[in-house]
Design a protein around this ligand. Structure first.
Ligand code: CTP
Length: 423
C-alpha cells in the first residue's frame, strides 16, 4: 500500500523506545509512513539501523549534519509531515517542549513545526507525578499538544508500579488516526481509544469528574481480641483497580480490609477490619458513579466475639457459633435510591466458573461480574489472574494477565460502559 499520510516520529530515550519499532511497522500496514528522528538517548535503546530498516528511509539523528541540511533541513523535516508524534515522550523531552528549548534535532524540529503534535509520555511514576512534570504537562496541554497515555502498571524497574507506562502501539495508532482525521482538537486529549486507560494527570482522563468506589482485601472477623476469621486475599487486584481508576482521572475511594500493600497514590484509602465496618464505610462513601466490589468479604463472623482472650480450659473445645455477614455488593446493587450507575462484583470460583457467575449476577443484582478462576494455585496472593466478564447477555473471556493489566483493561471496559458525565 502506498503511504499517502505521514508522521514525523521522534523517538526519545526510554525503555519503551523498543515499542516504536512495532509502531512504525503497524503504521506502515495502515498506509501511514514514518520519518524518524532518534534522540541521542533514544539511540541507547534502539539503533538507527533498526529504525531506518522498518521505516524504509534513513533515520535522522544530528542537528548539524551538512547532508541533512542540504537534503531537507530541520525546518523542512518538521513541516513536511501531517503530524509529529513523540514516543516515548520522556520527562526531559516534555520539559524541553514546555520551555521551548531547542538544543538538538528533536527539540528544534518540535519548536520549528507548524503541525500538530501528539505525545506518548513514558517515565517512572514518581517522575510523572513530580510537580515539575505536572507543570510541564499542564503547559503542553494549554499549548494544544495532544497526549496519549501513559498507562498505569508495572515499570521496568523492579517493584515499581503506577502511572508512567507508555501507551501500547494500538492505542498510539488510534490516537494518530484521530489526530490525522482532525477528530481531536486541543485542549481535548487524544485519549479513550480502544478502551485504553487515559492519562494519569486526572483532570482530563476519561473518568474525570466521576467517583469510583472500590473494596479490596479480606475482612477480619474477630473471635476474641487476638483471634479472627480471615481468608487468603492479598488485595492486589482491588488496589490495582483503584490505582487504574485514579489514573483514568476518577476520584477514587478505596475501602480496604487488612492488607500489607501501600495505599495507592492519588486514592483516598479507608482502612477497615470487618465486613460490617466495610459496609458502613461503603455506604458513607456514596454517592458513587461506579462501585467495584473486589473484596473477599468473610461470609461469616462469630456470633458472639469474646470480649477477652479465650483461654483453654484443658477439656472442652470452645463453641464457635457463626452468623452470616451482610452482603455488601448485594446491599448496594439493590439500593432503590443512590445506587451507583455501574455496580461490579467479583466471583472467585473453583468450578462451573461462568454458570456460577451468571447466577451470582442475577442473585446480587449487579451489572457485571468479573469471574476469576481460583481453581489453580497462585491466584489468591499471586500476581496474575484469569477472568471472564459476565453480563446478562454476554461472556467475555480474557487470557491470563497480570493483575495490573486486568485492572487497566477493566477500567477501560467500564469507561466504555459508563454514560458520559452529565447524562
Ligand atoms: N461480597 C460482598 N459482601 C459479602 C460477600 C461477598 O460484597 N458479604 C462481594 C464480593 O466482594 C464479590 C462478590 O460479592 O464482589 C462475590 O463474592 P463471593 O464470595 O465469590 O460470593 P458469595 O456471595 O460469597 O457466594 P459463594 O460463597 O456461594 O460463592
Amino acid at each position: 500500500m502506498s503511504a499517502s499520510r505521514s508522521i514525523l516520529l521522534i523517538i526519545g530515550g526510554g525503555i519503551a523506545a523498543y515499542k516504536c519499532l512495532e509502531l512504525i511497522r503497524r503504521l506502515k500496514d495502515r498506509g501511514i509512513a514514518s520519518r524518524c528522528i532518534l534522540t541521542k538517548a533514544g539511540a541507547e535503546f534502539v539503533t538507527p539501523l533498526a529504525v531506518s530498516s522498518l521505516a524504509g528511509e534513513r533515520c535522522f539523528t544530528e542537528l548539524f549534519s551538512l547532508t541533512d541540511e542540504a537534503d531537507i533541513g530541520h525546518i523542512a523535516l518538521s513541516r513536511s509531515t501531517d503530524l509529529i508524534v513523540v514516543a516515548p515522550a520522556t520527562a526531559d523531552l516534555i520539559a524541553k517542549m514546555a520551555t521551548g528549548l531547542a538544543n538538538d534535532l528533536a527539540s528544534t524540529a518540535l519548536l520549528a513545526t507548524d503541525k500538530r503534535i501528539l505525545i506518548a509520555p513514558a517515565m517512572n511514576p514518581r517522575m510523572w507525578q513530580h510537580p515539575a512534570t505536572r507543570r510541564n504537562m499542564a503547559q503542553l496541554e494549554k499549548d494544544g499538544v495532544l497526549v496519549v497515555g501513559p498507562n498505569a502498571g508495572a515499570m521496568a524497574e523492579r517493584g515499581e508500579s503506577g502511572p508512567g507506562r507508555m501507551a501500547e502501539p494500538p492505542e498510539i495508532i488510534a490516537a494518530i488516526e484521530l489526530a490525522l482525521a482532525g477528530e481531536v482538537t486541543p485542549p481535548q486529549r487524544a485519549i479513550g481509544f480502544l478502551g485504553r486507560l487515559p492519562g494519569a494527570s486526572g483532570a482530563n482522563g476519561a473518568l474525570a469528574g466521576r467517583h469510583v468506589l472500590v473494596t479490596s482485601g479480606p475482612t477480619h472477623e474477630a473471635i476474641d481480641p487476638v483471634r479472627y476469621i480471615a481468608n487468603r486475599s492479598s488485595g492486589k487486584q482491588g488496589h490495582a483497580i483503584a490505582a487504574a481508576a485514579a489514573a483514568a482521572g476518577a476520584r477514587v475511594t478505596l475501602v480496604s480490609g487488612p492488607v500489607s500493600l501501600p495505599d495507592p497514590d492519588g486514592v483516598e484509602t479507608i482502612h477497615v477490619e470487618s465486613a460490617r465496618e466495610m459496609l458502613a464505610t461503603v455506604e458513607a462513601a456514596l454517592p458513587a458513579d461506579i462501585a467495584i466490589f473486589t473484596a473477599a468479604v468473610a461470609d461469616w463472623r462469630a456470633a458472639d466475639a469474646a470480649p477477652e482472650k479465650m483461654k483453654k480450659d484443658g477439656g472442652a473445645l470452645p463453641p464457635l457459633a457463626l452468623v452470616e455477614n451482610p452482603d455488601i455488593l448485594a446491599t448496594i446493587a439493590q439500593r432503590r435510591a443512590g445506587r451507583p450507575a455501574l455496580v461490579v462484583g467479583f466471583a472467585a470460583e473453583t468450578e462451573n466458573v461462568i454458570a456460577y457467575a451468571q447466577a451470582k449476577l442475577a442473585r446480587k443484582g449487579c451489572d457485571l461480574i468479573v469471574a476469576n478462576d481460583v481453581g489453580g494455585t497462585g491466584v489468591m496472593g499471586g500476581d496474575a489472574n484469569t477472568v471472564h466478564l459476565v453480563t446478562r447477555d454476554k461472556v467475555e473471556s480474557w487470557p491470563t494477565l497480570a493483575k495490573q493489566e486486568v485492572a487497566d483493561r477493566l477500567i477501560a471496559h467500564l469507561v466504555q460502559l459508563a454514560a458520559p458525565v452529565g447524562v
